[in-house]
Design a binder for this molecule. Structure first.
Ligand code: ADP
Ligand code: MG
Length: 340
């Protein structure tokens, strides 16, 4: 049993700038498994950007072209469970042997191995054996190898042997084709202004994009609701709310001042004390990043400053983010709170 999902094919993995490299590397691997320098092929990227889909597509395509090859798809989590089970049952060698006989091994979400040294160790041996014998390994991860934590160095260096290809958030054109394709496959027609609205408002996650479309199709065909922009906006709201609340400048000032344990009035005050100035500059930086407000409007809302001050604040924050590790941590922490 390969555990491959035939619905995840290359055909319905739509191409765009955001995935072109990863997709073509996948195609190359599928036409010559183990025979390219893309070994391992590591596909990385954020949630819902198509890592699992692409990993399956490669496996499905290989099975198609080379029916005699054994292809196995498994999540890193399941692999770990199986390994632990084998240790309990004293069948660790069988476990290793089983995996060493596979021609194409696809392991999804290898970030799950982090901190699990036993599993990493066993995978290291399996990997080496497969690689030495010209077998193909395909991995996915939510992070690039350089950013992976609690993974042994020797394994990380193996991850970097082949090609690491990133899946990025799809651009507008690609989002449009994904939505259109979904509608087409479901045999549903929808006015372009609706398609456009969905594609413009759901940007960072293909799973959410699909979810919104499915929900819209359901509302129109089962609940017989008319597909209007209003309905589309209610649905988008539901999907986007969960991940990205619209943040206001007031909210940003509140989060930043809470983080530095000061009052909003202190953050807005005229004082030139360094830590207060930094907090104010961070608030301006985040207002620029997360709202559509103009520099002038940001300045006037954060302690009645002018647009040049806001611009200077944003530059200062950018610079500090490059040079100051502690400051970068402030930015990360506050970002997380703002986008929660
Ligand atoms: P990940 O594993 O990165 O979290 P998935 O592979 O589960 O993401 O993808 C989420 C959903 O988005 C799936 O239904 C998948 O089919 C779809 N999807 C992602 N990228 C594309 C694409 N380029 N074209 C078509 N569908 C896509
Ligand atoms: Mg996945």
């Amino acid at each position: 049993e390969s555990q491959l999902n035939p619905n995840y094919s290359f055909d319905n993995f739509l191409e765009g700038d955001s995935n072109r490299l990863a997709r073509s590397a996948g195609l190359a691997v599928a036409s010559k498994p183990g025979g390219t320098s893309f070994n391992p092929l590591l596909i990385f990227g954020g949630v819902g950007l198509g890592k699992t889909h692409l990993a399956h597509a490669i496996g499905v395509d290989i099975k198609d072209k080379y029916p005699e090859k054994t292809v196995l798809y498994i999540s890193a989590e399941k692999f770990t469970q199986q390994y632990i089970e084998s240790v309990k049952k004293n069948t660790r060698n069988d476990f290793i042997h089983f995996y060493q006989l596979i021609d194409v091994l696809i392991i999804d979400d290898v970030q799950f191995f982090s901190g699990k040294s036993g599993t990493q160790d066993v995978f290291f041996h399996i990997f080496n054996h497969l690689h030495q014998n010209g077998k193909q390994v395909i991995l996915t991860s939510d992070k690039a190898p350089v950013d992976m934590q609690d993974i042994e160095q020797r394994l990380l260096s193996r991850f970097k042997w082949g090609l690491s290809a990133e899946l990025q958030s799809p651009d507008y054109e690609t989002r449009i084709s994904i939505v259109k394709n979904k509608l087409y496959r479901d045999g549903v027609e929808m006015p372009f202004e609706i398609v456009d609205y969905i594609a413009k408002n759901i940007k960072t996650n293909v799973r959410e994009l699909e979810g919104a479309i499915i929900s819209l199709i359901a509302q129109s065909s089962f609940n017989k609701k008319e597909v209007t922009l209003d309905l589309a906006s209610q649905i988008v709201e539901k999907f986007v709310k969960n991940t990205k609340r619209e943040v206001s400048i007031d909210y940003i000032q509140k989060i930043v001042s809470d983080y530095f344990q000061m009052d909003v009035s202190t953050l807005q005050s005229k004082t030139r004390k360094r830590h207060i100035v930094q907090a104010r500059q961070l608030a301006m930086f985040f207002a620029k990043k997360y709202t559509k407000a103009s520099l002038a409007s940001i300045g006037s809302q954060i302690g009645k400053r002018d647009h040049a001050t806001v611009l200077h604040a944003c530059k200062t924050v950018d610079n500090l983010a490059e040079t100051d590790k502690q400051f970068r941590k402030y930015i990360d922490d506050i970002s997380k709170k703002l986008t929660l």
